[in-house]
Write a protein that binds this ligand. Sequence first.
Ligand code: SAM
Length: 386
Amino acid sequence: MQNKSSEFGDADRRIARIAKALSHPARVRILRLLAECGRCFTGTVVNELPLSQATVSQHLRELREAGLIRGEVEGPATCYCLDENALRAVSAEFGALFSGVCCSEQQAGTDHSRLKETVRARYGGIATGSGSCCGGPEVGAGAAPDEAFSMVTELYTPIKGYEPDADLGLGCGLPTRYAHLQAGETVIDLGSGAGNDAFVAAAEVGAEGRVIGIDMTPEMVERARELAARRGATNIQFVLGEIENMPIEDEVADCILSNCVLNLVPNKAAAFRESFRVLKPGGRFAVSDIVIEGDLPPQLRHSAEMYVGCVAGAMQREAYLSVIRAAGFVDIRVAAESTIHLPDSVLSSALNPDEIRSFRDSGARIVSVTVNASRPGLRPKHPGAP
Ligand SMILES: C[S@@+](CC[C@H](N)C(=O)[O-])C[C@H]1O[C@@H](n2cnc3c(N)ncnc32)[C@H](O)[C@@H]1O
């Protein structure tokens, strides 16, 4: 039979390759052993397995060739240890495979709830000043101390309504610039955090307009409400809730905003369906988010996640746009985009020089995009219009 594996995507071939490396219980046992002992010489592994030295060496070779373990010659013997970066990437890839093909709704629901708990804990910490994430200055400083980093390439500070205490450095775009808000409009900000975009929107829609920020993290909502009270803002409210199931009536909003949030939402189809529901016919959105183009090597995906925070849940660009289309939106266009440049310190912590070259040649990239789209229907006149 002809070997046609080259006809399949890189990610699928990698999973198949790892599955093959794990296809003998002796190799699974070796991984467990290395996890327990940290570093083991061949002799120790041989003592632990009911197999000859030659057979154990063969199994070690297969694990090494699959990139799951590393071996270093120390004098006359070889010392083995797990390749933890590679294993983390494999774990993420298998996790994504099984959650993607999982047929039990209940199981998918449980996985999604677990993911959301992690997200909530992370952003709860950020709201109260004890965590770091996505594009924040802390991430740049923590993961790659030599290179300052922000995913927002457009400046917020000169913008009317800007509230410095709401700016936790968590965005990846400037959606209000592409929303063309008008006085009197009703706006919903999905995943409003401390209100960074909501306060700008509130200044644009004015006293007759209304902004509703929705976020599932209580500490974020609390921080945003305190800031709104401090500013004496009367046209803005912050609601605790989930984007996939918004506590908001149908056809309320003229415009939806969102900034670097939907990549964190496990069920993006539900998020866009809900967005469609709460928009008035003819309403529109401006959503900034992170997408992937091409095939990021899994070990890089893991370290990019450490760096930009929002990579793990990011979709391929075309798949992302398809989900928006499937929710019923029209006039979908990418209004702004910028490549997130991973510094050498991040690339070299995950890839060897050959892999860095082939990654650069592949054209794969992490991109911050701002997408515009509309719900079909006549555009409603905003209250201030003649
Ligand atoms: C990266 S922060 C962005 C915050 C804000 N948009 C900004 O630019 O400052 C993501 C926010 O989305 C919220 N979030 C994530 N998933 C959510 C969901 N499914 N429903 C509601 N909020 C969510 C988090 O609690 C967090 O506050």
